[in-house]
Ligand binder design. Structure first.
Ligand code: ADP
Length: 261
């Protein structure tokens, strides 16, 4: 509990700071990108070399804008729009995007629960979270490997709740596992800290997992890490199971039941 409190206070402080900076920075970037776009359309293809310079500048500024979007999301300036959704369907719908992001050397396997209850979350942000985890998994498997996304229904009894930092209740669990490098204990201990990264400058922002943490907390859920050096990492996402009239499990989807490719 103390650890969770420390983490959320840290997130709060960094969130406020980065949120403020990101907001102002975003406005400044708009002041750069707008005129560059105008200039690009003015030049058209009359001067290919000038056009190339401008396109490069637009490209760089757009990447900076993407980073500020991530910072704003992290600082929770973007309100959540929760909807009732079936996680099996969401994961099945992400297969192509995930396979593309993972590349050919990583095998993607989805293991949908026989029947899974619905949860109530922001679908776009959950997709972002899963994509974030997949990219982390990819980075941990430079020589290739396997990424598995499994869903399950999970009831947390009160005793078990304390040990896992979870409130007792009924959850839908999404587990993202890789066969990568794993994390030593000192990395595990800091993995959720904002701006903590072991990646090269320009490759990692250190915001991925802290964003995942923030999103799960905000969605009344929980995230848990399990990792063994040299064997791989499992990230378990617990989302509250939708209660009202949704007791009946959804039938297994035909597309979600397709055997792993
Ligand atoms: P970033 O990916 O930008 O470094 P994250 O917050 O997503 O930021 O991750 C923080 C650190 O946690 C990573 O730099 C890496 O050391 C470690 N990490 C995260 N996911 C994994 C994983 N699947 N396998 C091994 N290490 C991981």
């Amino acid at each position: 509990v103390e650890e969770a409190l420390r983490q959320s206070q840290k997130m709060e402080a960094v969130g406020q700071l980065t949120g403020g900076i990101a907001h102002d920075f975003n406005n400044m970037l708009a002041a750069v990108i707008g005129p560059l776009d105008l200039l690009a359309s003015r030049i058209g293809n009359d001067d290919p070399r000038a056009r190339r310079y401008i396109d490069t500048a637009i490209d760089g500024a757009s990447r900076a804008a993407q980073l500020t979007q991530r910072l704003l999301a992290f600082a929770r300036r973007q309100p959540l729009q929760p909807v009732a959704l079936d996680v099996n369907r969401l994961v099945a719908g992400m297969r192509d995007l995930l396979a593309h992001s993972l590349g050919a050397s990583i095998q993607l396997e989805t293991v949908p629960a026989e029947a899974v209850w619905r949860t109530h979350v922001d679908a776009n942000q959950l997709e972002n979270v899963i994509l974030n985890l997949a990219v982390n998994a990819r980075d941990a498997m430079p020589g290739g490997g396997r990424l598995t996304i499994a869903t399950a229904n999970c009831d947390i009894e009160s005793d078990a709740a304390d040990a896992q930092g979870l409130s007792p209740g009924q959850y839908v669990r999404i587990s993202v596992s890789d066969t990568g490098s794993g994390m030593p204990p000192e990395v595990m201990a800091q993995a959720f800290d904002p701006f903590f990264t072991t990646k090269q400058i320009g490759k990692g922002t250190g915001l991925g997992l802290s964003q995942v943490y923030g999103f799960l907390k905000q969605s009344a859920g929980h995230v848990r890490l399990r990792s063994v050096v040299g064997r791989g990492t499992v990230v378990d996402l617990y989302l509250p199971r939708l209660a009202d009239g949704a007791d009946a499990p959804l039938p297994r989807l035909a597309d979600a039941a397709a055997p792993p490719r």
